[in-house]
Write a protein that binds this ligand. Structure first.
Ligand code: SF4
Ligand code: SF4
Length: 309
């Protein structure tokens, strides 16, 4: 593809992405992530994935997009803000901000598919697949490689203009779209996230022991939460935002304007007592289509019982 055509296509993709409500788009060359292989291997060998056995699968696919999409030449990364305009009120059990509205997996994937289909209307069929925190794709690494930010000491993607409250989605495609410049690390000497993590899950800068993270306990772990973590939870019952809340770059985040991410019920005003008395029927109507459905009623109740006990 000639440079002028490539540039026109990149421009068109950016315009379609902004129409869909994405804040930024970045492009990177699809390649084997050689530098990530030892990091991933070490992380798995240390058992930092806990009972998330699926993380052990598809090792090669995680490192090589061409094993996921035949003839892959580019990874297009999109980010969309999820920072809510209104937070939960008063003394209550806490839900991570990303889970306030409709499950992002569906929302973002819909948008990515719309973009890909619009491009196909322009240029004809091409090979692509959409990924949103699903499938064996190293989301943050590709976002970093696409110039959308750096991976902070809390292991999340940080953006100088937006903080870190955003979703990441990708289109892996056989289109040639070039490489955006990468961004340098701006964590500097800060250790706020490491100091604030209540379960010491950030075992060293840039390395999170997933098996000690509150997000893992409250969402992934189907068994009982180990008692040694009692008293460290700070009322989180689905996910945890602490290492983002304390990050100096989070001051850059602004409320999103995506209606799908608005809370659907009135749970945002729930007290602890309301949560404790929540029936399965109420849970289903309050959190229909929401990410909380991933833990389910029994999972959320288990997390509340753990905090109460
Ligand atoms: S999400 Fe919470 S528990 Fe997990 S690393 Fe961050 S501060 Fe620690
Ligand atoms: S809190 Fe500090 S060290 Fe942690 S990610 Fe933010 S800037 Fe980096």
């Amino acid at each position: 593809m000639k440079n002028a055509q490539k540039e026109a296509l990149r421009k068109r993709i950016r315009a379609l992405a902004f129409d869909q409500g994405f804040e930024e788009v970045g492009f990177s060359l699809s390649r084997y992530l050689e530098e990530e292989a030892p990091r991933l291997e070490d992380w798995l060998n240390q058992g930092y994935h806990g009972k998330m056995g699926y993380m052990e699968n598809w090792f090669d696919l995680r490192l090589d997009p061409s094993k996921l999409v035949e003839g892959a030449k580019s990874v297009i990364t999109f980010i969309q803000n999820y920072s809510p305009s209104e937070l939960q009120r008063g003394d209550s059990y806490k839900i991570a901000r990303y889970a306030y509205g409709e499950d992002y997996h569906f929302v973002i994937k819909r948008k990515l598919k719309t973009i890909a289909k619009e491009i196909e209307e322009d240029i004809g069929e091409f090979t692509w697949r959409a990924f949103v925190d699903s499938g064996p794709v190293l989301d943050r690494v590709w976002a970093k490689n696409s110039g959308l930010g750096w991976i902070g000491k809390n292991s999340l993607l940080l953006n100088k203009d937006r903080g870190s409250y955003f979703f990441i989605g990708h289109l892996i495609t056989d289109l040639e779209l070039g490489q955006d410049p990468v961004v340098s690390d701006h964590c500097g000497t800060c250790t706020a996230c490491i100091d604030a993590c209540p379960t010491d899950a950030i075992v060293e800068p840039y390395k999170v022991d997933g098996s000690k993270c509150i997000s893992y306990f409250t969402i992934e772990l189907k068994e009982s939460i180990p008692n040694e973590f009692k008293g460290n939870y700070q009322d989180w019952i689905f996910g945890c935002d602490i290492c983002q809340e304390v990050c100096p770059w989070i001051s850059k985040s602004k409320p999103h304007d995506e209606s799908s991410f608005e809370p659907k019920g009135d749970w945002i005003g729930y007290t602890k007592e309301d949560w404790e008395n929540l029936s399965e029927q109420d849970f289903s109507s309050q959190f229909k289509k929401a990410a909380l459905m991933r833990a389910g009623f029994s999972g959320v109740k288990k997390n509340i019982e753990f905090l109460k006990g």
